[in-house]
Design a protein around this ligand. Structure first.
Ligand code: GDP
Length: 590
């Protein structure tokens, strides 16, 4: 029988996680000859790919010399904090994959800190050693610094290092001896991550670490079998530490093989499995043998840090573009989301048309918004607001770790702006190619709306990453805005003439020939106040020059705001209108 080993993979986007897992699958012979290996194995969801992050953890398993290695993906962003801890609960070690050129990045920092806290052993894989300019030894030093900063214990600091080129399918323990296959990595995993030690003879026990929805099977519980070997149709007790228990019966049991879910009669101790037939099962509950009802401890899901109001679109264009537009639609969709998106919270408000949606960060919420938009929903959202937390009678607020890479010439501007936002510089290092890396601690609320300013200030040359650090006593007032907006004066269609007149005042967000309405935000004013402009204005014939040929009006290219940028842009009295076809901004006129 295969020995089971469970490992989580931690990597910053683009450091080569997908390529690495593909290669492990290929070389382990997990695929039979007729199976095609899709190039993009781990991140399969379009939305995730566009945003360069993994949202839902996925399991892949590879077989190597009588071992089954379950590889669990970790979410690439701290906005999915609760999920990280639950994933790490299922594994005995982590693979930290780091680009040999870029070095460790802030998103991995958060996940790694959680792994170290759970006392997991790490294997550091320095990937892309084939890359010109790769600095594997320097990168190891940086990884070591990071481990020290994160309070790794002595044993954790002794991490083994594997040098790899996932792209070429090779790994080695020693840079002087180029690798030929991935074998050194496989061997290191087997060496470091012990086989699961659970008692296979004992009564069944499994903590539900995740839930998946399946069209046919309903809710499916995912987790690692802690003890015993469950069988199909076995009666069990489902329990939580505080909420009593209920009887249930196992439906089907699935294990992971390669990329597939495979049905089995019996689940093996230590394996990561999916179990159907349990009705309204939830994360954090324990599945137990009927005679041994012993709930397992569960790491609480991280509390939401940001909330936004989702409302029915009540603007002049309401219902014109969406398939699902009523409060009923909105309500059903949001409450359905909560069932599987566990760090999300949805609450009713005083108005039947609005719901308060709270999540782990702007990204967490914007992913939901974008998914709904693609499904055909139409609605409006408000500016995100930070959720404060009372700790020992003191008002605390979420603080982020902000890492900025900028060319030296823009450093002054960045320091000044984040300084105004109550950021504290914690570290500064000179990095690659004349870039300086600045690390700050900054209130999460300061980051909302900073990104677009940052892009402007660094002329698009800066890179900004942030991750949740913790709570600190609230920092007091932070003054933000920036600039006023240009608002459309009346309903109509924008014209070259109207836009030509408007563009002197600031930056426009629309082209000509676009339907607009009174109160819609069509641009950013260069000054502090809001102005209303008639962008639909037609040129009067009497204004026509008598000299004949009319000069073509030169309209500047519009500034395209992404969904995230739109959300970060708006102020308290403004809304983002979301439909399957358009993202508009508007004043919240009653
Ligand atoms: P992920 O976002 O971490 O899943 O990263 P991917 O596996 O998608 O890889 C990101 C990019 O890096 C792709 O263009 C890969 O072809 C490339 N890449 C991955 N591994 C290597 C490597 O070992 N060497 C080089 N030069 N490029 C690599």
């Amino acid at each position: 029988m295969n020995q089971i080993r469970n490992i989580a993979i931690i990597a910053h986007v683009d450091h080569g996680k997908t390529t690495m897992v593909d290669e492990l699958l290929k070389q382990s012979g997990t695929f039979s000859a007729h199976e095609q290996v899709d190039d993009r194995i781990m991140d399969s969801n379009d939305l995730e790919r566009e945003r360069g992050i993994t949202i839902l953890s996925k399991n892949t398993s590879v077989y190597y010399k009588g071992n089954k290695i379950n590889i669990v993906d970790t979410p690439g962003h701290a906005d999915f904090g609760g999920e990280v801890e639950r994933v790490l609960n299922m594994v005995d070690g982590v693979l930290l994959l780091v680009d040999a050129f870029e070095g460790p990045m802030p998103q991995t920092r958060f996940v790694l800190s959680k792994a170290l806290q759970q006392n997991l052993q790490s294997i550091v894989v320095i990937n892309k050693i084939d890359r010109p300019g790769a600095q594997p030894m320097e990168v190891i030093d940086k990884v070591l610094d990071l481990f020290i900063e994160l309070d790794a214990n002595d044993e954790q600091l002794e991490f083994p290092v594997v040098f790899a080129s996932a792209k070429q399918g090779i790994a080695t323990l020693n840079l002087d001896t180029p690798g030929e296959t991935m074998e050194p990595l496989f061997e290191t995993i087997i060496d470091i991550v012990g086989p699961h030690k659970g008692n296979s003879e004992g009564p069944f026990q499994m903590l539900v670490s995740n839930i998946e929805g399946d069209e046919y099977l309903g809710r499916i519980a995912l987790g690692r079998i802690k003890r015993g070997r469950p069988t199909r149709l076995q009666p069990i007790i489902i329990t939580t530490t505080d909420e009593g228990k209920r009887q249930a019966k196992i439906g089907k049991i699935f294990t992971y093989s390669g990329l597939n879910r495979e049905e089995v009669e019996i689940g093996e101790t230590g394996d990561i499995v999916a179990i159907s037939g349990l009705g309204d099962i939830n994360i954090g509950q324990t599945l137990c043998d009927v005679d041994h009802v012993e709930p397992l401890a569960f790491t609480d899901i991280d509390a939401p840090t940001v909330s936004m109001t989702f409302s029915v679109n009540n603007g002049p264009f309401a219902g014109l573009e969406g398939d699902y537009v009523t409060s009923r639609h909105l309500r059903d969709r949001l409450f359905k989301e909560v069932e599987t998106n566990v760090s999300l919270k949805v609450e009713n408000t005083d108005s039947a048309e609005s719901f308060k949606v709270s999540g782990r960060g702007e990204l967490h919420l914007s992913i939901l918004i974008e998914s709904m938009r693609r499904e055909g929903y139409e609605f409006v959202v408000s500016k995100p607001s930070i959720i404060y937390k009372e700790i020992d009678g003191v008002k605390n607020e979420p603080i982020e770790n902000l890492v900025i890479d900028v060319p030296e010439e823009f450093m002054g501007a960045v320091m000044e702006k984040v300084g105004l936002r109550k950021a504290e510089l914690v570290n500064m290092t000179t990095g690659n190619k004349g870039y300086t890396r600045l690390e700050f601690k900054i209130p999460a609320r300061s980051l909302i709306s900073y990104r677009s300013e940052f892009m402007t200030d660094t002329k698009g040359n800066g890179i900004m990453n942030h991750s949740f650090l913790g709570y600190e006593p609230a920092k007091g007032e932070i003054t933000s805005r920036k600039k006023g907006v240009i608002v459309a004066f009346e309903n109509g269609t924008s014209t070259d003439y109207g836009l030509f007149n408007a563009q002197d005042r600031g930056t426009l967000f629309i082209d000509s020939g676009v339907d607009v309405y009174e109160g819609m935000i069509v641009g950013e004013n260069a000054r502090g106040e809001d102005i209303t402009i008639n962008v639909c204005k037609q040129k009067h014939l009497s204004n026509m020059r008598s000299s004949g040929a009319d000069e073509a009006l030169r309209i500047n290219p519009k500034k395209n705001l992404s969904l995230e940028q739109s959300i970060e842009f708006i102020e308290d009295d403004e809304l983002v209108e979301i439909t399957p076809k358009n993202i508009r901004l508007r004043k919240n006129l009653k």
